[in-house]
Design a protein around this ligand. Structure first.
Ligand code: ATP
Ligand code: MG
Length: 589
């Protein structure tokens, strides 16, 4: 029986391999058609720009890219960029490039590059060949030579401090770098010497010659090449000079024939420089940069730097800790690609920064799983229940529907006997007002089983309740009223002899931004309840659950089988989300 449940309903694990068929702007995760109707009919501002570019003949096709720096894991914000770029390429029958922006040798690690690709594949995104910006170092060098030859770049020996000082401020123009009049031949020779290791780090740079009085600071003769005697992950010791991001990125895009370089808003002020680079490098039909707003999650730390700190300080269990909103963490927590896509879809593409609500992400996973996964019984905080009038030693099998909202998931058999467990919170010796669950003298329904009436309780020497007693009505089998009498409470339970015990992990935010990220002494303000482990009693049918397989534990939420800590026959469960929701979809009109 357990095998049946595990095999038949393993939708969770397989869903990771389903192919994306639609652009994110029309990703449908079984939502009602009226819901967000406008998102599926109106184009976002990027699509509008692309339509114009195609209509004007500026481009006759569309090529996009996702360009992560391999210096950490991806997070939910990156999913927005990935799905946007990939979705646009799909929508316009274009091409999507996966390119590592590995121009900075200091921070990059191939371990991150592997993890990043795994996360993107998991989202259902496909690409042909993984590109690396560092593969273009030769071309970038040649293009810097070209700029120097054109009189558009020069070698400068100003120190970093001097460069900063000469650059001016937002209100004051910059001052001319005395090096900018250096003869072309001399700059060329210096650049070659820089390449050949004749300069120490910081001793010499190449600057683009643009406009020291530009109101845009980025245009005040930005550095395009610097000396860094440092080995590169992929290039080894070949280079001791490295291009700066603002010079390298447009070139990478142009070399690959990217048409629309979609990036986040903080690069808006860099766009004139982007355009300058591709123009002065004389790329035919150069790419166009369009900016969109980053995705932020309210009260949740999303930044790579924060996540890195939590990982490096050992506060969380690695980059894939289920409390993190890294994609690896969300996957391990039990989020599905479909739920992430729906969330990104609902949060929309815009030019104005906004913050998405975490409950919206939770809404998306509930919506995705509610019909996909079976609903089984697990008691997280067990209290013994003895059905005194049930025959000793007898057990029976009750046939139970796996998911009342999806008959396709079939039925299973659940063992019932005299000795059960119920949730401690489902019993009160002295009930508060409007408490309809177990208390002495009250009758409740044991879900899918029988009506039972509480007759008493046992306490230990400390006065703590250790067991409760009840009698059952054999005529109410299946949980149906035998004579029309009603009960107000329905509680879940498990049979003591057939259930198994497993750690069940309940999560909260590691840091609640609302309460402040830092304490007064500068340490992180950590939530002590971010991880609570329960030793739960669970129906036997999920004992063989496989990693990433998810269930609803009735009344307790959706749970997934942890991919790292579970062993065969000894699953560990992570709560993905509780069943309670504070989030409501806004009405679309
Ligand atoms: P870093 O500070 O290390 O550069 P990053 O988050 O910008 O961190 P990248 O690897 O440079 O990381 O990001 C890859 C792409 O993802 C970039 O195009 C970036 O604009 C985009 N991106 C990053 N964060 C978000 C976010 N919160 N929402 C949407 N897109 C994002
Ligand atoms: Mg970045």
């Amino acid at each position: 029986m357990s095998a049946h449940l595990v095999n038949e309903v393993n939708l969770e694990a397989d869903s990771s391999h389903t192919e994306r068929k639609r652009a994110p702007s029309c990703t449908c995760v079984s939502s009602s058609p009226i819901e967000y109707f406008w998102r599926h009919t109106l184009k976002n501002f990027i699509e509008e720009e692309i339509d114009k570019d195609l209509a004007s003949g500026r481009y006759d096709h569309v090529v996009t890219r996702f360009p992560p720096e391999p210096n950490g894991f991806l997070h939910i914000g990156h999913a927005k960029s990935i799905l946007l770029n990939y979705g646009i390429a799909q929508e316009y029958n274009g091409e999507f490039h996966m390119r590592f922006d590995d121009t900075n040798p200091t921070k990059e690690k191939s371990e991150f590059a592997e993890a990043i690709q795994e996360d993107i594949r998991w989202l259902g995104v496909k690409w042909e060949k993984t590109m690396y910006a560092s593969d273009y170092f030769d071309q970038m060098y040649e293009l810097a030579v070209k700029l120097i030859k054109k009189g558009k770049a020069y070698a400068s020996d100003l120190t970093a401090d001097q460069i900063r000082e000469y650059r001016g401020t937002l209100t004051e123009p910059g001052r001319k770098d005395p090096n900018s009049d250096r003869p072309i031949e001399e700059s060329l020779q210096i650049f070659e010497d820089m390449k050949n290791g004749k300069y120490a780090d910081g001793e010499m740079v190449i600057r683009a010659k643009i406009d020291m009085s530009s109101p845009n600071i980025n245009m005040r003769d930005p550095i395009i090449y610097r000396v860094a005697h440092m080995a590169h992950e992929r290039q080894g010791d070949k280079w001791c000079i490295y291009p700066m991001y603002d010079f390298a990125h447009p070139i990478e895009d142009a070399i690959e024939g990217i048409t629309h370089s979609l990036c986040t808003l903080e690069f808006e002020d860099h766009r004139p420089l982007y355009d300058w680079v591709v123009r002065e490098c004389e790329f035919p039909n150069p790419p166009r940069q369009i900016e969109f707003a980053k995705l932020y999650l309210k009260n949740v730390v999303t930044g790579k730097r924060y996540i890195k700190k939590l990982v490096e300080d050992g506060i969380v269990d690695g980059w894939d800790d289920p409390r993190l909103v890294s994609l690896a963490g969300l996957r391990r927590r039990g989020y599905t690609p479909e739920s992430i896509k729906k969330f990104i879809d609902l949060s929309g593409i815009s030019k104005a920064n906004s913050t998405a609500e975490y409950p919206m992400l939770e809404y998306c996973i509930r919506e995705d799983l509610k019909k996909k996964v079976p609903r089984v019984m697990a008691v997280l905080d067990p209290l013994e229940l003895v059905i005194d009038n049930y025959p000793d030693g007898q057990t029976e099998k009750l046939t139970v529907t796996n998911n009342v909202e999806n008959e396709e998931l079939g039925t299973r058999e659940v063992t019932f006997s005299k000795h059960l467990y119920i949730e401690r919170s489902d019993f009160m010796e002295v009930p508060v007002k409007k408490y309809f669950r177990m208390f002495p003298g009250n009758e409740v329904r044991l879900m899918n089983a029988y009506f039972v009436k509480c007759t008493g309780l046992d306490k230990d020497e400390n006065g703590d309740i250790i067991r409760i007693h009840a009698t059952y009505d054999p005529a109410s089998r299946g949980g149906n009223s035998p004579d029309g009498r009603k009960v107000k409470g329905t509680i879940h339970w498990v049979d003591q002899s057939s259930c198994f015990k497993a750690p069940v992990r309940l999560y909260e935010n590691v840091i609640d931004e609302e309460k402040g990220v830092y304490n007064e002494d500068g340490s992180l303000n950590l939530n002590p309840n971010s991880l609570v482990v329960k030793n739960a009693c669970i129906e036997a049918c999920v004992k063989d659950a496989r990693p990433y397989q998810s269930f609803q534990f009735v009344r307790n939420g959706f749970f997934t089988t942890d991919c790292k800590d579970s062993k065969e026959g000894e699953p560990v469960f992570n709560r993905i989300v509780s069943l309670k929701s504070s989030f409501k979809l806004p009405k679309s009109n």
